[in-house]
Design a protein around this ligand. Structure first.
Ligand SMILES: [Zn+2]
Length: 216
């Protein structure tokens, strides 16, 4: 019998389980349906280094810091990490890279302001690749494969409207899955056994990413 390989690198034996999203996104008591995926020790440690930074980033914007699980709960963990010097400079860097963008409806009516990052954030690339690999494994049984990944923050009505009808109908027919009280929600457009897919990932009901995945 062969041992399970790491779903992130495909090269090493999976000796641990990685939590997706990371455990630190959830206040205690944590929900019982956290997603875990087989991972090698190296990938688990490597990704683990990002956990605190990415969480601090995601909960520190207007639309997420009001979430009941953030306010007075996990923001305390952030504030503790803040007091350490490197935590502070990391967060400052992220906050500076966020700008508010205007969102419009399909008809061009002004909708709201929504946070967006400058796109050259490799930590977000890494985080979204990890999320999507984990979801492909969980939802589609997909092991490691070379992927080409594109993402966009805050998909607008227009993004959704520009999809082919068939894809749109399919994605709206998919159940939205939720882990924790609005902490993480996702919906995936994929075909069983295929890698090419589209994912909408929402964190703390306030920040949303649309991720396109292509096998290469
Ligand atoms: Zn690995």
């Amino acid at each position: 019998m062969t041992n399970q390989l790491c779903i992130y690198c495909g090269g090493k034996e999976a000796t641990t389980r990685d939590h997706v999203p990371p455990k630190s996104f959830f206040a205690k008591p944590r929900p019982s349906n956290l997603i875990t995926v087989p991972s090698c020790n190296d990938c688990n440690c490597e990704y683990g280094k990002d956990d605190e930074r990415i969480r601090n980033l995601i909960i520190s914007i207007d639309t997420t810091e009001i979430h009941p699980m953030v306010k007075g709960k996990i923001d305390k963990k952030r504030d503790r990490s803040f007091r350490r010097k490197e935590g502070r400079s990391n967060l400052g860097h992220f906050i500076n890279s966020i700008r508010m963008v205007k969102r419009y409806t399909e008809n061009g009516e002004y909708l709201d302001l929504f946070p967006a990052f400058d796109l050259d954030q490799s930590i977000i690339d890494r985080f979204l690749e990890r999320m999507v690999r984990a979801l492909l494994y969980k939802e589609n049984g997909m092991e490691y494969i070379d992927l080409d990944l594109k993402w966009k923050m805050a998909p607008s009505e227009k993004d959704l409207a520009s999809m082919p009808d068939e894809q749109k109908a399919f994605i709206f027919s998919r159940p939205v899955k939720e882990i924790g009280d609005g902490i993480f929600a996702y919906v995936g457009y994929f075909i069983k056994g295929k890698t090419n897919s589209l994912w909408i990932l929402n964190f703390f009901e306030g920040i949303e990413f649309m991720v396109w995945v292509k096998g290469v």
